[in-house]
Structures are given as structure tokens and as C-alpha cells.
Design a protein around this ligand. Sequence first.
Ligand code: HEM
Length: 171
Amino acid sequence: MTKDTAPETPDRLDDPIAAQPGYDETETRIALSGHPIHAMSVAFPIALSFCLLGADLLYWWTGDPFWARAALWAAGTGFLFGMLAGFSGTAELLLVRGIRSRAAAWTHAIIAVTLLAVLGTNWGHRLDGYEEAVLPYGLLLSGLGAVMVAFTGWHGGKLVFDYRLGTSKGN
Ligand code: HEM
């Protein structure tokens, strides 16, 4: 009778992704004097997405058209600044080998692009009449945008603080 022998388990399991060349190369390339442009630019779409929700809620509460016009501007500028942040983030993702080899960076990109689609839809929806656009669909889109921007920002923070992506290792 032949005796079954269990295959030998190696002492150490190597992650094939971590073995890729350039896996540890995660320093920012899209930067001004070493300061990552993406990190500098994300503050604007984040703040404007929350201003948009606030303006919609104030319009709902007061009926003052000022808030509907403020919401139109917050939606447009939030979307355009979000696109700018998206370009710097995408350049970083594609150009830095250690960033593009990590799944978490691609997860962040997918969440962020979905957020940009929601912001763009919200802006476009208001262009044919900013007052009528608020209730209910403008407000609903703003609520969705606020939840998504919170998630996108939190996840981007994870890339920096947990994985140290886009940071400088010089000091
Ligand atoms: C659309 C494509 C996007 C891509 C491919 C992308 C990619 C990245 C990458 C690779 C990082 C790591 C840090 C770095 O390398 O600079 C990052 C960080 C971050 N991202 Fe994005 N991003 C995108 C859009 C956005 C948008 C639209 C927002 C928010 C509105 C956002 C919020 C953040 C935040 C808050 C951080 C952390 C920054 C820090 O704390 O220094 N990202 N992103």
C-alpha cells in the first residue's frame, strides 16, 4: 500500500503582487516642490459637495431662491474641481508603479469616478431651471453626493495613512 505524503509547505508565503518590480516605489510624482497636487486639490470638491447639500436643505427650509442659485454654483464648481482632482489622481495612479500595482488604489479610483458622475449629473440637472431642480431630485442627488464624497475622502485617506501611497520617504 502506498502512503500519501502531504505536499511540503514552504516556510514563507510570498505575495506575487508584492514581488512585482517597483512595488515599493510609492512616492508622489505629481507634486509641487514635493507636495502632492492630488492631496491639495481634493479639499475643494469635498467642501463644495457638502456646501451643495447645505444650500439645497436651506432652499427647502426657507424657499429663498438665493440658496437654489448657490446650490447651482456649488454643483458646477464641485464637479469641475472634482475633475481637476481626478486628473492629478489618475496621473499618480498610472505613473507610479507601486500605486498602480495596489488594488486599493483602483478601488479608490472607481469610487471617485462614480462620485464625479453623480456631481456632474447633479449640475446638469440644474442647468434648465435651478429652482425647480432642487425638490426632490436635486436634493436626493446632493445627499447621495455627500455620502459618496465622505466615502471617497475616507478611502483616499486610507491610501495615504495605511499604505503610505503618494507620500515622501525622504525624511
Ligand atoms: C478620479 C480619479 C482619482 C484617482 C485615480 C485618485 C487616486 C488617488 C491616489 C493614488 C491617492 C493616494 C495619494 C496620492 O498618490 O496622491 C489618493 C488620495 C486621496 N484622494 Fe483620490 N483619486 C481620484 C479622485 C479623487 C476625488 C474626486 C476625491 C475627493 C473628492 C479624492 C480624495 C482623495 C483623498 C482625500 C486622498 C487622501 C489625500 C491625503 O490625505 O493626503 N480622490 N487618490
